[in-house]
Each structure stands twice: as structure tokens, then as C-alpha cells.
Design a binder for this molecule. Structure first.
Ligand SMILES: NC(=O)c1ccc[n+]([C@@H]2O[C@H](COP(=O)([O-])OP(=O)(O)OC[C@H]3O[C@@H](n4cnc5c(N)ncnc54)[C@H](OP(=O)(O)O)[C@@H]3O)[C@@H](O)[C@H]2O)c1
Length: 329
């Protein structure tokens, strides 16, 4: 079977990291690097040449019309994910869209309904879900390594509040959608999507979006995820799953390439190391390519239900904190 022909829409910061992972997969014959589109044709061409894409376009519309593109990775700011994903799907292209999949759950439902109606793959590039270490943590939990899991604690703190896309409500700014989405994904991945409620408190930037917040998800059986994010503190990302007989510590919650299991009985802690093949973004690309080859509409690692559950939590938290984006209307 011919490898999936991948193109990139928006040549910014994260697109460069994903392109490096795509080049890694292309060197192994797993995908084909087709095209890059940016609003500036010269930047698109330079980006394409740097990573070895076959061609480039100076507009997103030209990319969507490219008959040799199968899958488009959307890497624009949060509120543009829905319109750009729709543009791609209407052009008959499969879509892998950066996190958060859209700015709110309503938009996500609309995009996914469009993908369904066109018979196309569409998914969220929540890379944490695709990492080998995430699968290994799941196996450890299912094997009862920490007894009955009861609590999750997870934070992501990076001082990025000066960036325009973080400050601006019109771009879907705020720490929650950019950073908090990871602790939420971690909690939903390991405790399930059927949380009962989401509550918390936030400090707002003068632009009206959240600068930092502490919040919790609660499950009907009493399990709790205590989560936090900040766009001004600089603590990085870490996670912990605590059970009745032990704990799993994840020192790098987002770039997760290892974890430690500590039994409470006094036994020795056990360290697990699962280094990336490239930079970690190769796993989501490989999974999307495999799903398309298999005729699937979603990746089993990051199902649509998980994307919607995360957005519903963020919608509820933003509503409680009085944060509205123009696209919420
Ligand atoms: N998975 C991860 O680890 C990770 C890390 C960081 C960010 N992200 C996500 O990736 C997305 C992009 O973040 P980034 O850090 O790559 O941002 P960035 O460097 O600012 O790049 C965003 C790109 O969006 C395009 N764009 C189109 N319309 C725009 C507009 N009106 N204003 C600004 N940019 C516009 C631009 O593409 P052209 O001008 O090139 O066309 C720009 O290069 C966000 O949704 C973010 O949440 C993911």
C-alpha cells in the first residue's frame, strides 16, 4: 500500500517539531512528505525545503485543492482549528488537528459530524495519548501495580502568557486550553471519560482569559483528579497517580518518556524508561496514518469521545470563570 501523503497547514512553532517527526517517518517509508502551506509563500517554501516536503503553497486554500495530499495536519491557533479543519474536510482531506481539537465542544461536534458525513478520518493531535509510556502506565494500572487507583495529581506550568495566541480571546487564549488540556487528557486517559463534574478557580489576565487555574474532575465512585495549569509560573509538567498500594510518578507529564512505580509496602521503587524514536510526535502521525490505511474514522488511542469529554470539561470551567471566546456565541 502507498504511504499516506502528509501535508502541513500553518508553518509555526509546533509545525516544525511535527515536521521533524514526519521526516523521521518518511525516512522509514512510513509516510510521504507532500506539502506545506503558510500565509507567506516564501516562508512556506523555506519550511518545506528544510524538512524535505515535495512542494509548498502560499495559501491554505491551495493546499486543500492539492490532489496529491491525503492527510492535513492543522497547526494554527486554537480558534482557527475548527474553520481550518472544516476547510480541509470540505476539500476531501483527512485531518489531524493540534490540541485543543477546537475551542469548544459545539465546534468539535460540528467538525466531527462533517468528517463522518464525508467518510474521512479526523482526530486530535493530543500526543500524550500516543506515547509508549502512556500505554505502559495503562498496563501497570490494569495489572494492579498500585492497588486501586484513587487520585490523580497533574500540573502544567509554562510562562507563555506574553504570546499573542495565549492572551487573545479571539485566538482561544488562556492557560486552560493550551496547557490545562494536558492534565485533563492525562486524567481522562487513566480514569476514563465519564467524570461527573469539573470545578475550580482561575486568575484572569487583563484580556479576560485565564492566566492560571486549579481545578478538579470528580468521578461518581469518589476518584478525584486534582489538576492545575499556569501561563506565568514555570514549574513544568508532572503527574502522579496514587492508589491504595502505591503510586506512579510521571516526572515529565507531557514529554512522557518514563515513570516510576513506588509501592507503599516499603519495596524498592521501579523505574521505567521508554525513550522516543524521534521527538515524540512520530507516534501520533504513525497512528493517524495507520487509521487512514485501515479505513478508520478515529485513532483508538485518542477517540472522538475523549476529545469531546475534555472540551466539555473546559467549556464548564470557562463558563464558571466567565471566560468567553467570540466563537462561543
Ligand atoms: N502538541 C504540542 O506539543 C503543542 C505545543 C505548542 C502548541 N501547540 C498547539 O499548536 C497550535 C499552534 O501553536 P504554535 O505554538 O505552533 O503557534 P505559532 O508558532 O504562533 O504558529 C501558529 C501558526 O498559525 C498560523 N496562523 C494562521 N492564522 C493565524 C492568525 N490569525 N494568527 C496567528 N497565527 C495564524 C500561522 O501560520 P502561517 O503564517 O505559517 O500560515 C502560524 O505559523 C496551537 O493550537 C497550540 O495549542 C501544540
Amino acid at each position: 500500500m502507498n504511504p499516506v501523503r502528509l501535508s502541513i497547514l500553518g508553518a509555526g512553532h509546533i509545525a516544525g517539531k511535527t515536521a521533524a517527526a514526519a521526516a523521521h517517518l518518511a525516512a522509514r517509508g512510513e509516510i510521504r512528505l507532500r506539502a506545506v502551506a503558510a500565509r507567506d509563500p516564501a516562508r512556506a517554501a523555506a519550511f518545506a525545503a528544510r524538512f524535505g516536503f515535495e512542494t509548498s503553497f502560499g495559501s491554505y486554500e491551495e493546499l486543500v485543492a492539492d490532489p496529491e495530499t491525503d492527510l492535513i495536519y492543522v497547526a494554527t491557533p486554537n480558534t482557527l482549528h475548527a474553520p481550518h479543519s472544516r476547510l480541509c474536510l470540505e476539500g476531501g482531506k483527512h485531518v489531524l488537528c493540534e490540541k485543543p481539537f477546537t475551542a469548544n465542544a459545539r465546534e468539535a461536534k460540528e467538525v466531527l459530524a462533517l468528517a463522518r458525513s464525508r467518510g474521512l478520518f479526523c482526530g486530535e493531535a493530543m500526543w500524550l495519548r500516543f506515547l509508549p509510556a502512556s500505554a505502559a502506565i495503562g498496563e501497570a494500572l490494569r495489572a494492579g501495580r498500585i492497588g486501586e487507583p484513587r487520585m490523580i495529581e497533574a500540573v502544567f506550568e509554562v510562562p507563555i502568557s506574553e504570546k499573542e495566541r495565549i492572551r487573545e480571546p479571539a485566538l482561544g487564549g488562556g492557560a486552560l486550553l493550551d496547557l490545562g488540556v494536558y492534565p485533563i487528557a492525562f486524567a481522562l486517559l487513566h480514569f476514563g471519560e465519564d467524570y461527573a463534574d469539573a470545578t475550580g478557580r482561575a486568575t484572569l489576565l487583563p484580556t479576560g482569559v485565564d492566566d492560571q487555574s486549579a481545578f478538579s474532575l470528580g468521578w461518581a465512585d469518589g476518584r478525584i483528579a486534582a489538576l492545575a495549569c499556569s501561563a506565568t509560573a514555570a514549574g513544568g509538567a508532572a503527574g502522579r497517580i496514587v492508589g491504595t498500594e502505591g503510586a506512579i510518578d510521571v516526572p515529565q507529564l507531557v514529554r512522557c518518556d518514563g515513570f516510576r512505580i513506588s509501592p507503599f509496602s516499603g519495596g524498592e521503587p521501579e523505574d521505567f524508561s521508554l525513550p522516543f524514536e524521534c521527538n515524540g510526535y512520530e507516534y501520533e502521525l504513525r497512528a493517524a496514518a495507520r487509521a487512514i490505511a485501515d479505513g478508520l474514522s478515529e485513532c483508538p488511542e485518542a477517540p472522538h469521545s475523549a476529545t469531546l469529554a475534555a472540551l466539555r470539561a473546559m467549556d464548564a470551567l470557562r463558563a464558571a470563570w466567565g471566560i468567553r471566546f467570540p466563537c462561543d456565541a
